[in-house]
Ligand binder design. Sequence first.
Ligand code: C2E
Ligand code: MG
Ligand code: MG
Ligand code: MG
Length: 279
Amino acid sequence: SAKAAGRDCYRAFEEAMRAVVEARRTVENEIRTALAEGQFELHYQPQVSVLTGRITGFEALVRWNHPVRGMVPPGSFIPVAEETGLIVPLGTWVLREACRQAAGWPGAPRVSVNVSVVQLRSGGVVKAVAEALGESGLEPGRLELEVTETVMLDDTTATLGALRAVRSLGVLVAMDDFGTGYSSLNSLHNFAFDRIKIDRSFVADLASGEKALAIVRAVIGLGRSLGVPVTAEGVETPAQLERLRAERCDDVQGYLYSRPVPAAAARRMLEEAGGRVAA
Ligand code: C2E
Ligand code: MG
Ligand code: MG
Ligand code: MG
């Protein structure tokens, strides 16, 4: 009967829901264990000055060195960490680790750390930043936090307050993935960002599309008008680099120069050729 079919359907739905909830709880518990047992590590991707070809900074990107699954990329656990609030202790660990490692780098380049809106809302991020700087001895001006436009979507007084407090410590704040959110221009209007990072989707289309070029040109112009340097993400080909050079983009980051690498390899890049990297 239709009633019986409906019952079966509901049971199947319940089963599926239970499986989703259980999978989530498993990941949540695994993240806790991973934090306790030191299974997270940071990889670093160089950011290179288009003008000089030198490394100006590294972006810290978290990886989970999972005992069974191997190196797990952030896309599969950051969302769970955000939903469960575990991003707060994880983010604090990332800040401490990045500052600790960057403090010893020759040539004193910048280190950029991604910060989630959940961390900014939690109320503890200013203290976490101040402590990471204090215990590492890293100059505040060498630390940059990368935030996406989602920070402007909700509860803006709390998140903007946290960003302003961090910035008053002398730490830089970059707008990440610029152009992909709902409120790109509004964000720039509401907060004095120190850098704009053009999302890699625009860079990817640079060679093929006139539109992508128009957008990249406009963002670089916007940066110039605001007096803010612009970094292009996801630069993979010499043609993209040459385009960005012609448009006078400040910095580039992408596989063309290097994938994100472990801390020891990042340090070697700085030691070799005085931080000049070949494309
Ligand atoms: P994101 O901050 O926009 O980081 C850039 C991502 O693009 C990285 O992916 C990087 O490996 C990748 N990428 C760099 N160059 C290229 C390229 O030339 N081509 C392509 N196709 N990709 C490139 P990853 O490491 O998987 O990180 C993904 C996202 O996870 C990051 O995007 C960031 O939003 C988030 N994330 C990473 N680490 C952290 C962290 O410590 N805390 C928080 N809250 N989020 C993090
Ligand atoms: Mg980033
Ligand atoms: Mg990005
Ligand atoms: Mg991104």
